[in-house]
Design a protein around this ligand. Sequence first.
Ligand code: NAD
Ligand code: DAU
Length: 332
Amino acid sequence: MDRILVTGGAGFIGSNFVHHVIAHTDARVTVLDKMTYAASRESLDGLPDDRVELVVGDVADAMLVDELVRDHDVVVHYAAESHNDNSLDDPSPFVQTNLIGTFSLLEAVRKHDTRFHHISTDEVYGDLELDDPKRFTEDTPYNPSSPYSSTKAGSDLLVRAWVRSFGVRATISNCSNNYGPWQHIEKFIPRQITNVLVGIRPKLYGTGANVRDWIHADDHSSAVLTILEKGRIGETYLIGADGEKSNLDVVRLILELMGRPADDFDHVNDRAGHDLRYAIESGKLRSELGWRPTYGDFESGLAATIDWYRGHEDWWRSHKEATEAGYAAKGQ
Ligand code: NAD
Ligand code: DAU
């Protein structure tokens, strides 16, 4: 694992993984990123020039992908259009990047017999009832709801088919909702933190009863590195940290940690087709590969994330107005 190609490595979770790899291995990393609105060069600041290179390009560009894959031992595929709300406004880039992009990478790793790890989401399994004692496992049937999650589900199925039909050496991980530094302010937690910082009331879709299963992005990175080092080819591993919380509870906690009254938020229009609850059972990853999350306490992880957004206003401030205008146009 000397040379790792990380697609989408200038995004929220991909950049976190690049920092993790540099800190915990001797590998050199090439980031392939299209630098969409969701990417940020600053998220790669402070990394050693002799170990990290950024190539600006599209994962759906088959020629570029072939050249890059040829020169690497491992590909870790984070690049995606990642936001459900955007996929409801315009699904086309989701189909292009998440499906065609994954296809072009699979063809290249097939040709060069390169180890491939595919980053995916718990949303491929659809949603659960609030009182369902079951959580998602590797055996849960696929049942995605949104254009985003259906393209991620499709990309997972492509990977599975390339493993079985062509012997591609791939693994897949499906992770729950991530939080932490460098997450785009369109997403729930950073949107509400930055709302409070600029004097806008947090916005809760619908009743706020929807549940998400939160994991710190660092824990996601350590899980992916563990799978690369010890995972069995052809296997899927679910990544989660037992962090189920309702959106209402998360908003109230953000307000409390930021010194605001607990009811200082607005209910706004719900998301179309809004998934009710996600919950991950990550026993396979823990018992088979020995992985454990290190951010056991959501409240302290959230407090650190709030501090981070406070300290990085220069990074997010210029996007805030346009992001909120987009939401306001939809009554959100
Ligand atoms: P993000 O939107 O923050 O980053 C995505 C990155 O991919 C950006 O840097 C973007 O420029 C890049 N990209 C987009 N299209 C590209 C293309 N055609 N070619 C090359 N690069 C392209 O997303 P994220 O939240 O960091 O998610 C990363 C991955 O993790 C995605 O595959 C997502 O499905 C998965 N995931 C996310 C979460 C979460 O909670 N955010 C949870 C589980 C899985
Ligand atoms: O579960 C993993 C998924 O988590 C990833 O695959 C996706 O890439 C990632 O974006 C995330 O999807 P969600 O749709 O769960 O995340 P989002 O941050 O958009 O919303 C989290 C919850 O908060 C969801 O129930 C919708 C709600 N929400 C969101 C926003 C932006 C609000 O109540 N208010 C808001 O302003």
